[in-house]
Design a protein around this ligand. Sequence first.
Ligand SMILES: [Zn+2]
Length: 412
Amino acid sequence: MSPTHAPAGAARQGSLRELNLALVLGRIAAADRPPSRADLATATGLTRATVSAVVEDLLAGQLVSEADPAPRAGAGRPARGLVLADQGPAGLGLEVNVDYLTVCVVDLAGQVRHRTVHRADLRPVAPADALARLVDLAGQARADAARQGLTLAGAALAVPGLVDDAGLVRLAPNLGWRDVPVPELLSGHQALTDQVPGVPALVVDNEANFAALGELHSRPPGPASFLHISGEVGIGAGIVLDGALFRGVRGWSGEIGHFPVHPQGRPCRCGGHGCLEQYAGQEAIVAAAGLLRAELPADTATARLAELAEAGDPDALRALHDAGTALGVAVASVVNLLDLDTVVLGGGYAPLAPWLCPPVLAEIAARVLTAAWSPVTVRPSTLGPEAAAVGAAESVVRRIVARPAGWLGRSG
Ligand SMILES: [Zn+2]
């Protein structure tokens, strides 16, 4: 019998069970310490019997497991706490950027269980070929996940550009992509993940958005509102307000790399002039420091800059100071507009933060009206350079936690 013809009572029971599963799993996910069944009954207002039945379903579906009991003095068996499972469903996170591909697997508990970074200049590579390479890496990740008892329940792909609701990459200027139908190009390949009801097979979004989500969900939890800036060849920002990503009307917010910091300045790939990217993008900093990027493997450019700055090389220090000043001008505008008190420097900016933060802070002090009595914190991201791929994988995991019935009811 199809669900639409089921008796109303059965439908209500089904949806009540789904709600209770999500309620209990959400509490386990958000808890600071592994809660016992009794803790969960108190926190949710459900009866002990209902909580026990829900927990049995979650245990059977490999969504939670029982933590080792804490040693307890005195008589009696200590109650076992519940934690998110480290086997069962996991999310596949993918990133295509200008000079690398990243694939990672994140389990329900937020642990990164697999990661591969493939360095290559992808600008001369056709989108279909770049995606084919990504599919190969994803296949290896899927096999590695299976060996660890994990099932990939959905995938999310981060790209350095503007993505529409259908996953079409409208424009990724630094990659040279325009109107690239990513889901269509990937559909010709073997499925990246298993099919799980309620979890999209593939979500495509801007890398800065996923990196900001990764930062938002990192442990220990940081502030609920902040600006996260990913500094790669291009520069993107993710705006998080009250614990949620501010996406803009069409999902295209955060293009801080094209803030004009010198309106009559250098031409930019976007068609404008004097964009932030031309002064604070990775290639711009490397060139200003007198390093020829062509002579450096892509993954060592940032490390080499940091090394030179550490050693007091005047060209590297000046290049980083000038980049930080340009970045600070743009950041100050955002802080004036949105009243944020935390700015996180991520991606390739994170290892350069010791030299970028002082000029960024100086510009904020000079340009933000409220800075004198309400200081703004500027700090590096706690996530590594794979923040966007990790954030993408976590977005899959969060869907499963929000709607566990889909995973429990999957076929096969
Ligand atoms: Zn531009």
